[in-house]
Design a protein around this ligand. Sequence first.
Ligand code: GDP
Ligand code: IMO
Ligand code: MG
Length: 426
Amino acid sequence: MKSCVTIVLGLQWGDEGKGKILDVMAAEADWVLRAQGGNNAGHTVEIGKEKYVLHLVPSGILRSDVSCLIAGGAVVDPAGLVKEIEGLTKRKIRTRGRLHLAAQAHLVLPHHRAVDQGSEKRRGHGKIGTTGRGIGPAYSDKATRVGLRAGELALAPAELARRLRERVAAHNRVARNQGWEKISATQTVREMAQAARFLRPYLADGVTLAHRAVSSGKRILIEGAQGTFLDVDHGTYPFVTSSHCTAGGACTGTGVPPTAIQRVVGVLKAYTTRVGGGPFVTEDGTLGHLLHGMGREFGSTTGRARRCGWFDAVLVRRAVQLNGVTEMAITNLDGLDGLEKIPVCVGYRLKGRILSEPPVESSDWARCKPVYRVFDGWCEPTTEARHWKDLPRKARIYLSAITELVGAPLGIISVGAGREQTFRHG
Ligand code: GDP
Ligand code: IMO
Ligand code: MG
């Protein structure tokens, strides 16, 4: 039976509005699989007056007939996941029988957070600006093959405790020298035993579940977290996260093979934002001031003000190539509604040369100056638009131009946080 598998991922530095687009697309899905990342993510979905911020649980959970899997490529903070599930239950969102946690997913433990936060402190001005959730150290333990996986939560309590004590002892042996906080093994064991009891019913073999869904012809969305330029291979290294946020990572993380994928929907903002350190060629304080003044662009996970800038076509063109984007979903068009002039970056100037591709080194990237093409603003609200033809002519010109510059077709347009403020191009 032919299934339909769609990857939905971010084309910039995260927070593109993936949660909102996934929620809209989940109206026509059977499964949503979260491929990678951890509770560094914050995916916002607004339904009427209700606002949900999901960190680990796939955005499909808000549609009662959709099943969800946190796949093996993700890293899971057990206590964080318990809290998130409890929060959903309080709001009458059912998770039992609908939400599954892959036994293959690695665990984020309290000592990972201590390493993350201690290392950032030590980096001082050169810090990455991580979310402090222990994501890098958890992936690092996975790569060095000492990590614990979610499936181990089902072990006999004494064996789980033994493994946890071993990891905490290894951490504490080097903690003082490294400037990391020491961790209590007893507290870790207690916290994990509690979380294990709660999470056991959710555990499953993630790969078997995903393949059953594929082979029985289900409509599947693979939910990416973070964004293309936070990918550990393809992002602005070292100012990146520690997982693969690109389309390849969606396949590795879920175990769904590339040959099963039909569509890749790239989500992007009509401008650019990033949280944390690292190069940002089109960053513009005045635009940031304007958007923050409207109460927008504060991080969903940490509450930090996001850095803001103009649309960067050099960046998104590369993201379209890297992910094999078949269609784009542009969000936050309404953020530009009040502007008379809207610059779009069409090239980078570096050492007297004009680049149409981003440089390899972050230090070069940070030295690039934007080459702008300036568009006329439309200076009227777009938030009530429900069809392409409802948009002001200048907004259509802007969207058509950036679509052409980045080389992928425009599929979905979003003009507000609500479900209803979304429509298809054409
Ligand atoms: P994600 O991490 O990619 O899911 O994005 P976040 O949820 O972290 O950040 C996107 C923010 O933009 C959230 O507050 C959304 O509610 C909001 N949002 C999404 N699309 C639109 C839009 O078209 N217009 C407006 N005004 N807000 C939007
Ligand atoms: P969603 O899924 C935006 C950023 C952090 C930091 C860098 C590394 O909501 O789009 P980490 O804690 O992962 O080691 O931090 O990555 N970052 C995000 N920025 N959206 C996210 O997720 C992010 N997840 C991590 O700010 O710069
Ligand atoms: Mg976010």
